[in-house]
Design a protein around this ligand. Structure first.
Ligand code: PMP
Length: 448
């Protein structure tokens, strides 16, 4: 198929070649050109493409059944996956609700929180505080929590205005605070906001433990995480971790919360959960919350495709592969190597302002002045042009220009967790070639 005209549409015109096949970290278009999947799609394909064990599990499921509506049947695929997922989560997070994607997971998490509050006689609580910038999804409920103006503003009249606090963009701060003090400073913004809103009206706080698309792998100082948990507990507010991007090993822990020993009340997951083999996501919550809700008549929420056996067979096989191949620790180890190599680039390219992230959720940000972190001029459209230069050279990376409050072009380098040190060097070679071309195009300095 080669037609340029199509009946299909996405967010914008994206004249891309047709994908032919993919294997491991490599993807091939119909002309035979090879691409390194340096962003795992949109941080999805965590175990790489065409994993034979996942394909075999899906085929075996397909031979038995591909759909059983949840009101009519239980399926082993969904039961086994829920048990497996719960066993990999922190103690206490052991009830699993399936959905088909990240936005659905976030919608479900906030509705679960709301209904639970009602069962506790706290119907006055409905506000969900989130952060700015942030990304929680594109459905109207999740979008109301999303701190990213270009996507959200046109829909303002259709959404409840949800309160937002500043995300801990510490890399932009130029004060003399210690890391610990800075973490506490940002966390205390939550306390102030809860008090300003009236604690009895606040239902939950939702955060990406490590920022994804919105902030480019933004990690807060360690002190931030524990303090946020404390503040939520102080006011009886539910803590929701949006681990849609960070979950299932991406950051070098099964969920990112594990890095700090935090147990959120609710966790939203998707992306790496079935790693692109099927549309799947999950909300994992504390048993006490779910039991209260079921006792009170049930969860007033559910999707037709929830717990689809084919998707669940993929999810289960993915979690088994994550364990069998030791991908959580590989993400930590390869992440250290890749982060080191990206950091090395700062010597050659003075216009790289920051390298950040954890495990294999890594990003670099381009600036015109590293000292002041002044962004590159908007007109350069760096977030688009560098991605194109890399794409031409056979490397896929993911980028955004954050807008509103925080400005900057950042680039996520997040290969599948199966990556090897040799493949990291393949990524680096193309990235350097692309950055050199970008510097030439824009008259930016290059050292050495
Ligand atoms: N939350 C986070 C943190 C995400 O990164 C995303 C997707 N980028 C979503 C929610 C929404 O997921 P989906 O696109 O699958 O609806």
């Amino acid at each position: 198929m080669t037609s340029e005209v199509s009946n299909l549409f996405y967010m914008a015109r994206q004249p891309r070649p047709f994908l032919d096949r993919a294997e491991g970290i490599y993807m091939y278009d119909q002309s035979g050109k090879r691409y390194i999947d340096g962003s795992s799609g949109a941080m999805v394909s965590n175990i790489g493409h065409s994993n034979p064990n996942v394909l075999a599990a899906m085929k075996a499921q397909m031979d038995k059944s591909t759909f059983g509506y949840r009101l009519h049947f239980r399926t082993e695929a969904s039961e086994f996956l829920a048990t497996k997922a719960a066993s990999m989560m922190p103690e206490g997070l052991d009830r699993v609700f399936f959905v088909s994607g990240g936005s659905e997971a976030v919608e479900s998490a906030i509705k679960l929180a709301r209904q639970y509050a009602i069962t506790q006689g706290q119907a006055s609580r409905w506000k969900v505080i989130s952060r700015f910038p942030s990304y929680h999804g594109c459905t109207l409920g999740a979008l109301a929590l999303t701190g990213y103006d270009p996507l959200a503003r046109p829909f303002d009249p259709m959404m409840r205005d949800m309160p937002k606090i500043a995300a801990p963009t510490c890399y932009l701060d130029r004060d003399n605070l210690s890391d610990e003090a800075r973490g506490l400073k940002y966390a205390d913004l939550l306390r102030e906001e809860i008090i300003a809103q009236g604690p009895e009206s606040v239902l939950a706080f939702i955060m990406e433990p490590i920022g994804g698309a919105s902030t480019g792998a933004l990690v807060a100082p360690d002190s931030y995480y524990a303090r946020i948990r404390e503040i939520c507990d102080e006011f009886g507010i539910l803590l929701i971790y949006d681990e849609v991007m960070t979950g299932v090993g991406r950051t070098g822990a099964f969920i990112a919360a594990d890095h700090w020993g935090i147990v959120p009340d609710i966790v939203a997951m998707s992306k790496g959960f079935a790693a692109g083999y099927a549309p799947l996501g999950a909300v994992v919550a504390k048993a006490s919350m779910v039991e209260a809700l079921l006792d009170a008549g049930g969860f007033l929420h559910g999707y037709t495709y929830a717990g689809n056996p084919l998707a669940c067979s993929a999810g289960l096989a993915v979690l088994q592969e994550v364990e069998r191949l030791g991908l959580v620790s590989n993400a930590a180890n390869m992440g250290d190597i890749l982060k080191g190599r990206l950091t090395d680039l700062m010597e050659r390219y003075p216009f790289i302002g920051d390298v950040r992230g954890k495990g294999l959720l890594l990003a670099f940000e381009l600036v015109s002045d590293r000292e002041t972190m002044t962004p590159l001029p908007k007109e350069l459209n760096a977030y688009l042009t560098l991605v194109e230069l890399a794409y031409e050279r056979g490397l896929i990376i993911y980028s955004r220009r954050t807008r509103g409050g925080v400005e900057g072009d950042h680039f996520l380098v997040c290969p599948p967790l199966i990556i090897t040190p040799e493949q990291i060097e393949e990524i680096m070679a193309i990235l350097i070639d692309s950055l050199d071309a970008f510097a030439r195009q824009n008259n930016l300095p290059v050292n050495g």
